[in-house]
Design a protein around this ligand. Structure first.
Ligand code: CUA
Length: 450
């Protein structure tokens, strides 16, 4: 009898949970309402079976419970019952599968007018490429992929010259226009998924996959990688921004083509030397850093990272948090660098500085720190010299007090909490286990030995 009660409570509880639960689908933002209908049909079919089977079990438990002297009938075959069960099961399974076939037929039939966006996945971030005015994407080849050519573009392919390259986890698309996402992975399996769009697709190394949709409302929608792709899988986020046509056009106009990126002159260290004057007051004449001024060592840090951080300060992605007292000071300073070219120049100048190891100031348990560092090594490298492809800066031989402070900043969301600072956000997620004061000290003490 208690078992029967449990079964009935299970049924009632499940039904109540389904009706009252606050966890429902996120609001649809694409043309794929059909997917919701398919899921609803599946829920209804499996729900009816679930209720029927469990209530039947409860009924049997009560009706056929042990009674003194009662004996069970032996009935190994019941053709009529078996036929009924087979027919009902077949109808139920068909009802669940058939709508999916209709959805799939539509899913593989991409509207001709769909504009193309290529989303490239790699451990653990997203970049994008769109054809330029010629409407054609240039040839790419995995063998050509390098730090200087992250998309593996063919420099001689005329179709690729006007391709728009988006080195950012955020992509914009216009509302109410079909878009085809071409999907390509550089390393392992990933999966491009936006909950509000309802469609998702795996990225398979060595293969091009795709999905299409028509966004139906404007907004910012998070991309989640939904294929376990390594230690940083949970940090592989991005965003699709659905814009009005006007906003989209403005955004598109601000993006750079492959040929424009290629033809930009490299940073000029001599010009940068003049602009560095304002930095020197805190960071030192040779970028050696000055703890009294809260200015970390710059000498020896990678150019791409220096540039990204300066741009982050310029664009409000860093130094805007109220708790980031020292970051806020940078905002006024970087304003002196008027454009991207002057940032390149000043970075080129910093790269000419001698890379002398700074004085260390943090003490801790180096052995324990080595253990903690293993997770950092996935991105920052075993030697702590940073890995550009993983957006991980150099840690070894840099200011140790600064590393400790930044860890604390990531922990307290003082850094990496801006919605567009995807790499900072990533660090905030990856660093969760490191955010104990002693662990931070041990870790930094270990990095000092690298
Ligand atoms: Cu990429 Cu999970």
């Amino acid at each position: 009898m208690p078992l029967a009660v449990v079964l009935i409570l299970l049924v009632v509880g499940s039904l109540l949970f389904h009706v009252l639960s606050p966890w429902t689908f996120t609001e649809l933002a694409s043309n794929w309402g059909m997917v919701d209908v398919t899921i609803d049909i599946t829920l209804v079919v499996t729900g009816i079976v679930f209720v029927a089977v469990n209530l039947f079990m409860a009924f049997c438990v009560i009706k056929f419970r042990h009674k003194k002297g009662a004996r069970a009938n032996y009935e190994p075959e019941n053709k009529k019952l078996e036929t009924w069960l087979t027919v009902l099961t077949a109808i139920g399974v068909a009802a669940m599968l058939t709508p999916g076939l209709f959805v799939w037929a539509k899913f593989v039939d991409v509207p001709e007018e769909a504009h193309v966006v290529e989303a490239v996945g790699q451990q653990w971030h997203w970049t994008y490429r769109m054809p330029g005015e010629d409407g054609k994407l240039g040839e790419v080849d995995a063998e050509r992929i390098s730090n200087e050519n992250p998309f593996g573009m063919d420099p001689d392919d005329p179709n690729g010259q006007d391709d728009v390259l988006v080195y950012n986890a955020e992509i914009h698309i216009p509302v109410d226009r079909p878009v085809k996402f071409l999907l390509r992975s550089k390393d392992v399996l990933h999966d491009f998924a936006v909950a509000q769009f309802r469609v998702k697709m795996d990225l398979v190394p060595g293969m091009n996959t795709f999905l299409w949709l028509t966004p139906t409302r404007e907004g910012r929608f998070e991309i989640l990688c939904e294929e376990l792709c390594g230690v940083g899988h949970h940090t592989m986020r991005g965003a699709v921004i659905v814009d009005s046509q006007e906003d989209y056009d403005a955004w598109l106009a601000s993006q750079s083509t492959y040929s424009a990126l290629n033809s930009r002159p490299p940073g000029n260290a001599a010009i940068g030397a003049g602009q560095y004057g304002v930095c020197a007051a805190c960071h030192g004449q040779q970028g050696e850093g000055n703890v009294a001024m809260n200015a970390p060592k710059l000498a020896g840090q990678s150019a791409w990272y220096l540039k990204r951080q300066i741009m982050n300060y310029k664009n409000g992605l860093r130094g805007t948090h109220q708790g980031d007292t020292f970051g806020q000071q940078m905002i006024g300073m970087v304003a002196a660098l008027s454009d991207e070219q002057s940032v390149d120049n000043v970075v080129a100048h910093i790269r000419t500085f001698p890379d002398n190891p700074p004085a260390t100031s943090i003490e801790g348990d180096v052995g324990a720190g080595a253990d903690e560092y293993r997770v950092c090594a996935y991105c920052h490298g075993k030697d702590g010299m940073g890995v550009q492809a993983l957006n991980a800066p150099r840690l070894a031989g840099m200011s140790d007090w600064y590393l400790e402070r930044q860890l604390a900043n990531f922990r307290d969301d003082v850094r990496g909490s801006h919605p567009q600072d995807f790499y900072g956000f990533q660090m905030g997620l990856m660093g969760q286990s490191l955010f104990d004061e002693q662990v931070m000290k041990d870790l930094v003490a270990y990095i000092n030995t690298l």
